[in-house]
Write a protein that binds this ligand. Sequence first.
Ligand code: HAM
Length: 443
Amino acid sequence: MNKFDTLPGFREFPPDACAQRNHLFRVFRTVARAFDFQEYDVPVVEPLDLYLQKSGEEIASQLFHFEDKGGRKVALRPELTPTLARMIAARANSLPKPVKWFNIGEHFRYERPQKGRGRSFYQFNADLIGEPGVDADAELIALLASIFETFGLRSDDVVIRLSDRVTWVLFLDQLNICEDARPATLDAIDKSERRKPEQTIESLNQANPDRGEEIFAKIQELKGLKNLDQIVQKLETCGDQGKQRADDWKSLTNRLEAHGCGSMIQVDLSIVRGLAYYTGFVYEAFEASGEGRALAGGGRYDHLIKKLSGNCDLPAAGFAIGDMTLSDCLASKNLLPRYVIAPDLFLIFGETERDMGLRLSSHLRKAGHSTTYSLKPSGFGKQFKDAGKSGARYAIILGEDEVKQSSVKVKDLRSGSEETCKIQSLVEKIEDWDGEGGISAQE
Ligand code: HAM
């Protein structure tokens, strides 16, 4: 590796990659606005403690962190949720509830770079704060599904695997797993999808001495509950709290049907979510084929804001979509548009008309038309060649004769047709032609 190469896991975005990224961001923004979410932004560098205490062990071990010149321990943000929680707590009294906010930004995790995983990546985060009921969870999941649909992904392309931490806690209570052992047990369940059974049993044994194998077998059974009826039936054996939660499951899935995204949802208790702060319904989106890493993940985190602020108790839920896995998924299904990065107009002029040409280009640019010309003095032939290469739709030709008559020649580089028009009316004409599909379409 050359010492000046990009660092492992970091990407450069030349214009075509940048255009592709902007396409993702445009869809995120458009759909979030359709759901009445408002955009916000936050710092990229934060106090290290914000993540050490709030994000959970896995993210804490992946932090990019350092001491700044003022001796503060700081970290590049690996995720947005703790920052959002702090921001909301500080403004809790003045913000009308529910708060529906979204952000698009870069995040950093020191992970092993691989397909779909980098050390710097973008996330679209959407969060809904101040509403404890399943309607908020449904609104968020509907937003996630709607984003997928807007990209052209359907239920045979992606699935949103829906699970619930409350359900797991009720099941663990039934297995007599004490509260202290709960976080480590949930963590072992979360990781069990990616690990060998022996490793999971070992983690379960550490959290629940001598019970690893027994708990592992029970967990496998519970993870096998793959539809709502089975989960409801099992919950109904967990007392009043279980019955209440069964009702919540039914309400949530009814709402999702009503939102029109039921077909993308798959009930799946193998999802637990690695982050420490989740408290209720949780979900992750994957390609339906099962290939690749998660496209998105989220859930309810009702206690995080209180934990960060000490006094402000607000229920919250949200999710994030990552740009890397999403781009891979869209590319594999041919759903990334071909981006044309070309000027609208290419000005061609003789050297004596250069000043006039520059004035004209400034006028056209102010009118919102992307306009370019050959920076180096060159003959008309070379300039026509450059115009063709640039991908511009129209060449605007300004020669001696045209200047005398305060006019220009406009050549449609797609159809080859040409027209002379007064400089005064050029902007209007271009707008007409664009609307009509070119000069020739008017003839
Ligand atoms: P997360 O599951 O850690 O959740 O990340 C969400 C998504 O970000 C993942 O599904 C993945 O697409 C992407 N992602 C995560 N790490 C990487 C990586 N190293 N490289 C590429 N993409 C990655 C959260 O971050 C939660 N804070 C989401 C949330 C918002 N929960 C509530 N509100």
